[in-house]
Design a protein around this ligand. Structure first.
Ligand SMILES: Nc1nc2c(c(=O)[nH]1)N[C@H]1C(S)=C(S)[C@@H](COP(=O)(O)OP(=O)(O)OC[C@H]3O[C@@H](n4cnc5c(=O)[nH]c(N)nc54)[C@H](O)[C@@H]3O)O[C@H]1N2
Ligand SMILES: Nc1nc2c(c(=O)[nH]1)N[C@H]1C(S)=C(S)[C@@H](COP(=O)(O)OP(=O)(O)OC[C@H]3O[C@@H](n4cnc5c(=O)[nH]c(N)nc54)[C@H](O)[C@@H]3O)O[C@H]1N2
Ligand code: SF4
Ligand SMILES: [Mo]
Length: 715
């Protein structure tokens, strides 16, 4: 038996692990805390890695091609690439680069080489049509960056914070942390324990008393969909009572007077009434934020998916600004990166308002955020009456049909594609509609280097892994798809070290790849480590990873010319606040349906694993037990949930953690459109209650995925 060191690639924690391999098969996984910056840690999904890998869920071992009678047949992968390459080339030559689009899903983020080849391919073709799961997730944060600007010094590290405020996130379950949420991604419970030991105060704002809320000094349980009012009121009190960091605001911000005026209606009494929380909680939060020296204010998916998500996110960041929640010159940078060391300056970068600039979508007058178009517009961009409409869509590690909700509108759009390709290790709902499903390797079958963790690990750390086991059947690595297709299209690729914040085209240098000699993945990882503090050979010789001893680095003072300023209240935000102040509650609905996540699945992935099926035979409608009693609903009752836009059937389940008036369900369960029997479906897709055309946000076109007004009846 071999013990092989590697790391998990399910989420951005990238936890180090050791896997026992017997006769080429993985048999056991355990945490490897010998070097990892989190110490020994694996969450249940990491521990179940062996199960998942060995096929606890249906896995594809060969690629599929749609036949003329509509069924799928397996196809040799090289033939699939020949045919996809030829069709893409024809579409490209006839209609130009914009006819080709990619959707980058959650399974693509930690496919490091795949991700970089995808970027290289998109840049080589020259299409602006890059979409990802981020724009049906928390792109409210990108909207705030584009409207407010950003502090280049970055937020405080969780390990340094003396006050941590998290709205609508549950990192103890989801392992979601910086840059937007407030937590450490690996071993999050341990990090919260340590924070409490240090005396860090924790505030959680969530309609559900989450698993993370056990660490809260103050738990605010609002009605969902009212974060904008709540945070506006916290800011109102901070300004009114002088509880803000005046020096910071005067030096780096503009539009304080406009903000003051716009916040006038948002008194604590008004917000407390709307969100149904005690008014004292708003005052206490403002007071603690005013007193904190190194506060950290952020949010998870809750506010970014609920009603008025863009305004809410702006207000959450305004509270962080007023509290002075960014590192200052002289503050220690705990992890400047190892593969690429980065400096940080105390300096504001003015808003880009990139969404007002070219390139723009063809179905709406809107430009990009962080180099991407809004995913909710994909169906419209396909169906548009424009020579630049999308005709071919490559879905890499994602299931956009399930993810974007409103199946009728989404599917009608996808049906108009000339070519739909799903690049995935499973057959998901989008795959079922595709012309080709290219079967890929899973993480333990490929080479990877820890770029996604490079500057997000809590301490400097780097790890490389070769495949733990050989690939089965006829599957290929994600990068091999993009390389293979580009070779067939005759579009050579330049391989580069890309990360968020960079424009691929602007990165100098890179590795020019041949279209005939397939690159060697280890050599590609070596190239990515060219500027590393730890040389590649040393990284490779230390399979548990390396924690280099680096001299301390500090945030640098602003250069002499630092004209950038944060815009606290641009006119569009002021208009949104004015509208919100006058808004009346939506009538006719007894409940608000909220988003949540479950520990043992990762969106659509693993939901058919044994453990998830045992715990979740359906996607339960969780409810407050007192609400259930009042409305005559018992545990296990079949219920029909109706929103303005659709209905679904599932089983009700009491959950004491929920406040009254809320139904809490996770996403991506069951078939795209469910039938009458949720048990037979194994599901209930919450996306059936959402709309891609109504109640969507401006700028990022984010649908309302939380705080959805619904009624519920027992069948
Ligand atoms: N185990 C597991 N981990 C995951 C995932 C998974 O599916 N399973 N998914 C991954 C992905 S793609 C993402 S984006 C992250 C997300 O990570 P998180 O944001 O931590 O995800 P959730 O657990 O859904 O937390 C959302 C919280 O918001 C609350 N909420 C809902 N509506 C509102 C509202 O209007 N206001 C406020 N204040 N709160 C609200 C919900 O009750 C819930 O507790 O997790 C990632 N990690
Ligand atoms: N109603 C509602 N809708 C939502 C949400 C919600 O809370 N409520 N949440 C939204 C959020 S936060 C997100 S991020 C999206 C998620 O939307 P997506 O990211 O589109 O969906 P996932 O199910 O995460 O898709 C991941 C896919 O990657 C595949 N995969 C895993 N590993 C690999 C790999 O190494 N290579 C390849 N090629 N494939 C791999 C998996 O098999 C799976 O099919 O959904 C959004 N939709
Ligand atoms: S937290 Fe869990 S899923 Fe994420 S990397 Fe660690 S073991 Fe894997
Ligand atoms: Mo997400």
């Amino acid at each position: 038996m071999d013990r092989v060191k590697t790391f998990c690639r399910n989420c951005s924690a990238l936890c180090s692990m050791e896997i026992d391999v017997e006769e080429g098969r993985m048999v056991r996984a355990r945490p490897d805390g010998s070097v990892s910056p989190y110490g020994p840690y694996l969450c249940p999904k990491g521990l179940a890695a062996v199960d998942f890998h060995n096929g606890a869920e249906d896995r594809l071992f060969a690629s599929l091609e749609r036949q003329s009678d509509g069924t799928f047949a397996t196809v040799p992968v090289e033939t699939a690439l020949d045919r996809i390459g030829a069709r893409l080339k024809a579409i490209y030559e006839q209609h130009g680069p914009r006819a080709i689009a990619v959707y980058h899903g959650t399974g693509a983020y930690r496919s490091v080489l795949g991700n970089l080849f995808e970027r290289a391919w998109v840049a080589a073709i020259g299409t602006p049509n890059f979409f990802s799961s981020m724009t049906i997730d928390q792109s409210a944060k990108w909207v705030t960056m584009a409207r407010m600007g950003v502090m280049a010094s970055g937020r405080h590290n969780f390990r340094d914070a003396d006050l941590a405020l998290l709205a609508g996130g549950n990192p103890v379950v989801t392992h979601q942390g910086a840059p937007f949420a407030v937590a450490e991604v690996g071993a999050p419970g341990r990090a919260f324990e340590a924070a409490k030991q240090r005396g860090c105060k924790v505030i959680i704002v969530d309609p559900r008393r989450t698993e993370t809320a056990r660490y809260a000094d103050l738990l605010i349980q609002p009605l969902p969909g009212h974060d904008a009012e709540l945070f506006a009121a916290i800011a109102h009190v901070m300004l009114r009572d002088g509880l803000y960091k005046r020096d910071f605001v005067e030096r780096w911000c503009i539009q304080l007077d406009e903000l003051h005026a716009a916040l006038a209606p948002f008194t604590p009494e008004m917000a407390a009434a709307r969100a149904d929380v005690p008014v004292e909680q708003i005052a206490l939060a403002a007071q603690w934020l005013g007193e904190a020296q190194r506060p950290l204010v952020g949010s998870g998916t809750g506010p970014s998916m609920a009603t008025h998500s863009n305004t809410a996110d702006h207000m959450i960041e305004v509270v962080n600004v007023l509290a002075g929640g960014y590192r200052k010159a002289g503050d220690r940078i705990r992890n400047p990166g190892v593969l690429k060391v980065k400096d940080a300056f105390e300096m504001a970068i003015s808003p880009s308002r990139s969404f007002e600039k070219e390139p723009k979508c063809v179905s709406q007058d809107v430009g990009q955020l962080v180099g991407e178009f809004p995913t909710a517009l994909i169906p419209g961009e396909i169906a548009a009456d424009s020579p630049d409409r999308i005709r071919a869509l490559i879905c890499f590690g994602g299931d956009p049909l399930m993810a974007m909700g409103d199946p009728a509108v989404a599917k009608a759009g996808f049906d108009k594609l000339d070519l739909l390709v799903s690049l995935d290790c499973r057959l998901n709902a989008t795959g079922r509609e595709a012309d080709y499903v290219v079967a890929t390797t899973q993480p333990f079958e490929r080479h990877e280097i820890s770029i996604p963790g490079d500057s997000s690990y809590p301490e400097p750390f780097v790890q490389f892994t070769a495949p733990v086991v050989a690939r089965p059947g006829e599957v290929i690595d994600d990068w091999e798809f993009f390389w293979g297709v580009s070779a067939r299209m005759g579009v050579p690729l330049t391989f580069k070290y890309w990360n968020y914040g960079l424009r691929f085209e602007d990165i100098p240098g890179g590795l020019e790849l041949s279209t005939t000699d397939k690159p060697d993945p280890e050599a590609l990882c070596r190239f990515l480590a060219a500027d590393s503090v730890v040389p590649f050979d040393e990284i490779k010789a230390n399979p548990s990873g390396v924690r280099p001893d680096m001299p301390p680095r500090y945030v640098l003072p602003a250069p002499a010319e630092a004209p950038g300023r944060l815009e606290l209240c641009p006119s569009d935000v002021a208009r949104e606040l004015a509208g919100l102040a006058l808004e009346r509650p939506e009538q006719g609905f007894a409940y608000r349906l909220t988003c949540r996540r479950i520990l043992h699945a990762l969106n659509g992935a693993y939901r058919d694993s044994r453990e998830v099926r045992r715990r979740f035979p359906v996607n339960y409608a969780h409810m407050n037990p007192e609400d259930m009693e009042r409305d005559g609903i018992a545990d296990g009752d079949l219920v029909e949930i109706a929103s303005e836009f659709g209905t679904l059937r599932t089983l009700a389940k009491g959950e004491k953690r929920l406040r009254s008036g809320v139904v809490s369900m996770t996403h991506m369960f069951g078939p795209l459109v469910g039938g009458d029997d949720p048990l037979a479906d194994g599901g209930a897709n919450a996306g059936q209650l959402t709309s891609l055309t109504e109640r969507i946000e401006p700028i990022n076109f984010m649908p309302r995925f939380s705080a959805i007004p619904v009624n519920l009846r027992v069948i």
